[in-house]
Ligand binder design. Structure first.
Ligand code: MG
Length: 268
């Protein structure tokens, strides 16, 4: 009798615990802004901040963007770092050790961020998602897959899964990220797969060049019918932003987040 009562109270406790865990997880997701605006490499242009700096991430957060995008490479000694170009101040990232890369700084005095530092900064808020671009390795496809694997492991280690959506030009890297975390949102950038192919492979959606979508506008509807997300890069001109807004995309990646926020506000 006693043991069954203990068992019942354990069951109730477990159910309550599961409920609290589930509701706090959905709270984190629901708290993100819903305005489609993804700041490309952070919000840097209007404020003259270095692209991919933590300052540009904070600026995207301050503007209230739904997401802030950043680019990730792996150093020769296996450290994931945040930078757009293949080189940082003339030093090739993939063939340089992290220590060497620290010899230079961003224009605002920031050091080159590791992914862990970047995620830590991003997790301090709950309004802006972190759009994690896994850069394809220039050395090999195998290395691209390794970067994808390490990226997902870093996000898990930092418990940043709720904040992160992945994007990548590397199809193999994208598949590796999906394999590492089947629940992860991974969108493909390269513009050479149909929505049906992406759906079949387990992608979350596409994030294609705006000109690819202008040439293949039917892909937008096809993706929407398949339940894939629709995003485009890098949409900066007012006429392109308005054309794309008319297609009802999920996200729009832009160097002009202030302008896009204004255009969206005008449509309300
Ligand atoms: Mg990028």
């Amino acid at each position: 009798m006693k043991s069954s009562m203990i068992q019942a109270s354990h069951t109730i406790l477990f159910t309550l615990l599961a409920f609290f865990v589930a509701s706090s997880a959905s709270f984190a997701q629901k708290s993100f802004h819903k305005n489609k605006v993804i700041a490309h490499r952070g919000a840097w242009k209007a404020t003259n901040l270095p692209q991919n700096s933590i300052a540009s991430l904070k600026q995207a957060v301050a503007l209230g963007c739904e997401g802030s995008e950043f680019d990730v490479w792996m150093t020769a000694d296996g450290i994931l770092v945040v930078n757009h170009d293949a080189d940082f101040k003339g030093m090739e990232i993939e063939t340089s050790r992290f220590e060497e890369l620290l010899s230079q700084k961003h224009e605002n005095g920031e050091k080159l961020s590791t992914v862990e530092e970047y995620l830590k900064a991003g997790k301090k808020q709950k309004g802006t998602k972190l759009i994690f671009e896994i850069k394809p390795s220039k050395i090999s496809v195998e290395r691209s897959k390794e970067v994808a694997e390490k990226s997902v492991l870093a996000v898990k280690k930092m418990k940043a899964e709720k904040w992160v959506d992945y994007i990548t030009f590397s199809y193999e890297g994208g598949l590796k990220a999906i394999e590492m975390d089947p629940k992860a949102n991974v969108a493909y950038l390269n513009g050479d797969k149909t929505p049906a192919e992406l759906k079949e492979a387990g992608f979350f959606g596409f994030d294609y060049n705006i000109n690819v979508l202008k040439k293949n506008p039917q892909w937008i509807k096809e993706a929407q019918e398949l339940g894939l997300t629709v995003n485009a890069w890098t949409v900066n001109k007012p006429e392109d932003l308005n054309w794309f807004l008319d297609q009802n995309p999920d996200f729009i990646t832009t160097d002009e987040p202030e302008l896009l926020l204004e255009l969206i506000e005008e449509r309300k």
